[in-house]
Write a new protein. Structure first.
Length: 349
């Protein structure tokens, strides 16, 4: 099926999409995760359609009695007219409407069904519209700071998007969907309402109030916890695994290396969110780690002795270009950058 031009309404009416939402399977999850990874611009339509299907899948509210009375009056009037016209033989007082009446009057059957669906459907649609989503997205070399309705804050990295309900209910999880990378500072609520971050590739982060970074870029999932406590659920290689994090922990997962957990210097992995940057007797090896994990570069330090060189500096602009120029001037090293590859070596003189 070619879904590339589908809108939310198209997805919500698609049989295979509805089946996935109502009765998800591992195979279906894999298909839609792959579809969203390949077509990130379709994410909003898919999320909106999913919410609509979920709401319309709930048990419909009972049809009001007055609505039923009107429907039966219309049916009875149509039946009497049907009999008067001589379409069937029988007693006009018979309460049974023959099958060929419906076959001859398909419009009336459709109207009756539509009336029933409209009563409950309008209420459900209104409920869904009240929970319409907001989407925040960044372009290349762009960063966005957001203040959420619960006073939590988010720093959204470049080429990333955050999808969330326009309004949060006080009795449901505060749920957001992330594509890319973001730093969250979550406000704890008195009713212990959970804050949940989900990604399209199967990562689920559950917290009450804490500070952490989440990334699902380049087929690798990564969560770095600065403060508080989080609980992760990962769908990895067809298996669901759960991991708890303490402050300073980093969990990474990809298809090739599986899941790893270790203690890290969190500032090396969250430096991208700050407009300024401070190096305090920081080794070149640590700076290289920051460039790799925060900006996605592959750094090669040619001479092993250079890795232990230290730098102390204040950068009023936190960007890879500014960091590299500072390294070159302060440590007197040669820096070559090509695409996402950086080579640092001793100068020739």
């Amino acid at each position: 099926m070619n879904y590339i031009n589908y809108r939310a309404s198209d997805f919500a009416a698609d049989e295979q999409f509805i089946k996935w939402v109502q009765q998800p399977s591992q195979e279906q999850d894999a298909y839609w995760e792959k579809f969203l990874l390949q077509n990130p611009k379709m994410k909003t339509a898919v999320y909106e359609a999913r919410e609509l299907v979920l709401h319309l899948s709930h048990d419909a509210d009972e049809v009001p009695e007055w609505e039923l009375d009107e429907m039966w009056q219309e049916l009875e009037q149509s039946k009497k007219q049907f009999l008067l016209d001589g379409d069937v033989e029988g007693d006009a007082e018979d309460n049974v409407i023959p099958m060929n009446f419906w076959q001859r009057k398909p419009w009336l059957m459709a109207a009756a069904i539509a009336a029933i669906l409209m009563v409950s459907g309008v209420l459900l649609l209104q409920q869904w519209q009240q929970q319409a989503v907001k989407v925040y997205a960044t372009k290349a070399n762009e960063r966005m700071e957001l203040l959420l309705p619960d006073s939590s804050s988010v720093v959204l990295s470049a080429n990333s998007s955050l999808t969330m309900p326009a309004k949060w209910s006080v009795d449901k999880d505060r749920l957001v969907q992330l594509e890319g990378k973001a730093y969250f500072s979550v406000t704890h609520k008195r009713n212990h309402q959970r804050f949940v971050v989900e990604t399209t590739d199967g990562l689920k982060v559950e917290v009450l109030g804490t500070e952490f970074s989440v990334s699902n870029k380049e087929e690798k999932k990564q969560v770095v916890l600065e403060n508080g406590k989080v609980h992760l659920t990962l769908n990895q290689n067809g298996l669901q695994q759960e991991v708890g994090l303490a402050p300073g922990d980093m969990v990474e997962a990809d298809a090739r290396n599986g899941i790893s957990k270790k203690q890290v210097d969190t500032k090396l992995y969250t430096a991208w969110k700050n407009s300024k940057l401070v190096f305090d007797n920081t080794t070149l090896h640590e700076v290289a780690q920051m460039l790799e994990h925060s900006y996605g570069y592959k750094v090669n330090i040619k001479e092993p002795a250079l890795e232990n060189e230290r730098i102390t500096a204040y950068l009023d602009k936190n960007s890879p270009e500014h960091i590299l120029s500072t390294l070159s001037e302060t440590l007197q090293v040669e820096v070559n950058k090509q695409d996402k590859n950086i080579t640092i070596s001793l100068t020739d003189h």
